[in-house]
Structures are given as C-alpha cells and as structure tokens.
Design a protein around this ligand. Structure first.
Ligand SMILES: Cc1cc2nc3c(=O)[nH]c(=O)nc-3n(C[C@H](O)[C@H](O)[C@H](O)COP(=O)(O)O)c2cc1C
Length: 404
C-alpha cells in the first residue's frame, strides 16, 4: 500500500522498545503519512507524551489527557485513521486485545478501530514463548483485519537472547508498503456462519425415537472458534450435551425434517454453512400417535429416507458461499469420504472416525482429515476438537478471501 497521504494511528505500550516508536513515527512521516499517537499509562513511563506530540504535531491520546474536554477520543482517533499500528505491543496489551478488554487508550482504540490493525509484539523471550502469549497471538491471527508482525530473535534489552524483539521500524515500513491497498470506506463487518449441531431424534411413537451418539462437542468447538474469529454465529441444534458459547444465536430442533426446514429457510443469509450435526439418514415411515404396546411379538419398523441437508444446501448455494460437510466413516474411511466429498459438491468435507481409542463421540479428541480441492489425499490425524475447529475456520477465512 502507499503510505503517502495515509492517516496512521500509532499505539505505544509500556515496553522497553517504546523509544523505537519515535523513530518509526519519523519514518512514517518521511513516507508522507500523517501520524497521531495513543499511549497506555505504562508507555508514558518509558517515553513522554511530549516526545510524540512534538513529533506528530498533534495532542497524544493518553489515559489522563482530559476526557471531559474530548470524551470520544476512543472513537475519534481510530475513526480518523486509515490503519492502526501498535508498536511495541506488550504481553499485557496483547492479552487485552485477544480477550476483549478495553480499559486503556491503546486497547480501546483496538476494539473500536474499523480499519486494519498491525501489531508488533515485543517482550522477553520467556514471556513471548509462554503459553498465554502464544495462545493470544494465535487468537489474534484469527481476527479479521489483524496482522501480527514477526518478533525476530536476537539480543534483548534485558540481556537475554531469543525471539521477542520488536520488529525494526524499517521492516515495519516495508511490510506496510508490501501490503495490498485497502479501501477504508468498506470496513469488513462480521461474516455470518450457520452451524448445525448435535443429533436428531426420529420419533417412533410419543416416547421412543431413533437417534445416535453425537454429543455436539465438535459443533460447540466450531461455534467458539468462529465466534473468536469475529463471525456472527447461528447454531441450528438438535439434542446435545455440549454447551454452546455465550452470544451464539441458537435454534432448537428435534428431527431431521425440522433441521432441514430451519437450515434451508435461512441458509441464503450466511457466508458459511457448516453441517456438523449427526442427522439421521432414515425416519420411521409411520409415527404412532400412541405408545406402541408391548406385545413381545416380532415388530418391523419401516423407514423412509430423510432429506439430505448438505446436498440441498449445496443446490441452493449462492456465489461466494462456503459449505462444509462432515462425514463419519468407520471402514475404508478415506475412500468413502473422498467419494462423499465429490458427490456432495461441498467446498470442504471433514472426515472423522470414532474408531480410535479415546476419540470420537463425547471425547475431546477426534481422528480427522480435511478434504478439499487443495487436499484430495486425506490422511487421518488425531487432534482436539478445538484444533479441528480452528482448521475449519482457517479454511473458511482463506476461501472467503480474508487470509492473512
Ligand atoms: C523496564 C521494564 C521493561 C519492560 N519491558 C517490557 C516489554 O518489552 N514487553 C512487555 O510485554 N512488558 C514489558 N514490561 C512490563 C510492562 O511494562 C507491564 O506488563 C505493563 O503492565 C504493560 O502495560 P501496558 O500493556 O498497558 O502498556 C517492562 C517493564 C519494565 C519495568
């Protein structure tokens, strides 16, 4: 992208590398960008706001900078900007951004910014490699319009050596110059995903039904992962034990016919459809209105096929919509799943098998493989339902054109 004429908001947090932000500001100005600065209270202990207000020729937005006079700085600063750079970004601020905490100017601007956000994490190696920071980084990588700049290895200010250094100002400038141009007037608002979850129950009589062992855990992990990536999530859910994350819109159904109706009625409104529910293939031809009496004699249940929700939603698919199917196979899994993917017309088919010990129904782990036009030679791998969900989210994001 061109930096000439760009309005850039520079967020500075309380790391030892904060002094480098002044050099970055000057380089951005040299490229013809207009820069304003926002600082956390900790950052003001490392470099004074006066340094940045003098260089930017504009008041710096700080925690104690007169909220009465300018009550909407947390909206006005990011709205003014074409993009938001947070350099350096501390472990603390990274954690706030990943978890929706907005209690200082830098994290507040991150949340209210509609444009692209570029983050340069900088910290001690042990902090950088800690599980919390790595999880927060992985989480932020999944956010729309967020770009994480590499924290290279080298000698750190604390004397230790390893990854966690702040990206050099010149490297940041180059990364911005290499990035594609984006039109700020068309911010990316949340995309919508519809997920089917749980199992269906096919009534035999008022008290009995045919069903399966699906727990809904995979669908709940998917709902969580999509929500975390900024999607508005709707779940059409059959009976299930797993709990959906707060904030998900859910529609409860029992039978395959109800699930078919609820999904097909609303499918066109969604960018992504995920068919994760274990829908019964058949339902009793006749549902007895009274409990079937126990005669202990031979009883034959005649079954009718249920509609194929995946197939019907593929037939009604709109351009640009991404459809993901699930296939549970128990023998010759890869071959059967490949055939199912080819026949279904889905963009992605997730093959899963419950045969491995300690995986599948009700367990946290699952043996799975993803089949798409990029991968037609599926190899089953054992992983958590969360990692399966994250892979599906990455596929959806890259197919929708939001790949970072
Ligand atoms: C001398 C000194 C250097 C520090 N350097 C860093 C750093 O490079 N990265 C980091 O994540 N935290 C660093 N910290 C800790 C942060 O200042 C601390 O977590 C603070 O709460 C961050 O606040 P902020 O994220 O609101 O700016 C440092 C602290 C001190 C005293």
């Amino acid at each position: 992208m061109k930096l000439k004429g760009k309005k850039i908001l520079l967020g500075v947090t309380g790391g030892i590398a904060a002094y480098k932000s002044a050099a970055l500001l000057r380089l951005l100005q040299k490229q013809g960008a207009e820069v304003r600065v926002v600082m956390t209270p900790s950052a003001t202990r490392f470099v004074t706001p006066l340094t940045f207000s003098s260089l930017s020729k504009c008041p710096v937005y700080t925690q104690d900078g007169g909220t009465e006079a300018r009550p909407y700085q947390h909206i006005d600063f990011p709205r003014w900007a074409d993009l938001y750079l947070v350099v350096p970004c501390t472990a603390n601020t990274l954690g706030k951004m990943a978890n929706g905490i907005a209690d200082d100017p830098v994290s507040l601007c991150f949340m209210s910014c509609l444009g692209d956000k570029w983050i340069a994490p900088a910290m001690n190696t042990a902090m950088f490699l800690s599980p919390a920071v790595q999880r927060n980084l992985a989480c932020l990588r999944g956010f729309p319009q967020v770009h994480i700049l590499e924290s290279p290895s080298g000698k750190l200010a604390c004397g230790e050596e390893g990854p966690g250094r702040v990206a050099e100002p010149a490297v940041i400038i180059q990364a911005l110059l290499d990035a594609p141009e984006k039109n700020k007037s068309t911010p990316t608002f949340a995309k919508k995903v519809l997920i089917t979850a749980g199992r269906t129950e096919e009534a035999i009589d008022p008290v009995r039904y045919i069903s399966n062992r699906s727990s809904g855990k995979t669908a709940a992990a998917l709902a969580f992962a999509f929500q975390e990536s900024g999607f508005a999530v709707t779940v059409v859910q059959g009976p299930m034990e797993a709990t959906l994350p707060v904030g998900v819109d859910s529609v409860a159904v029992k039978s395959a016919l109800e699930m078919h109706r609820e999904v097909l009625n609303r499918a066109s409104e969604y960018d992504v459809l995920i068919h994760a529910a274990a829908v019964a293939d058949y339902r009793p031809k006749i549902v007895s209105s009274e409990k079937i009496k126990d005669s202990r004699s031979h009883l034959v249940l005649e079954l009718d096929p249920n509609p194929n929700i995946l197939q019907d939603s593929v037939a009604a698919k709109h351009p640009g919509q991404i459809i993901v199917g699930f296939a549970l196979e128990t023998e010759d899994a890869a071959r059967h799943a490949l055939e199912k993917w080819q026949k279904s017309g889905a963009d992605l088919l997730v093959l899963n098998t419950p045969v491995a010990l300690g995986s599948g129904f009700g367990f946290d782990n699952v043996s799975y493989a993803l089949i798409s036009k990029e991968n037609t030679a599926p190899e089953l791998q054992m992983g958590s339902k969360e990692s399966l969900a994250r892979e599906v989210v990455s596929f959806a994001l890259s197919s929708l054109g939001g790949k970072k």
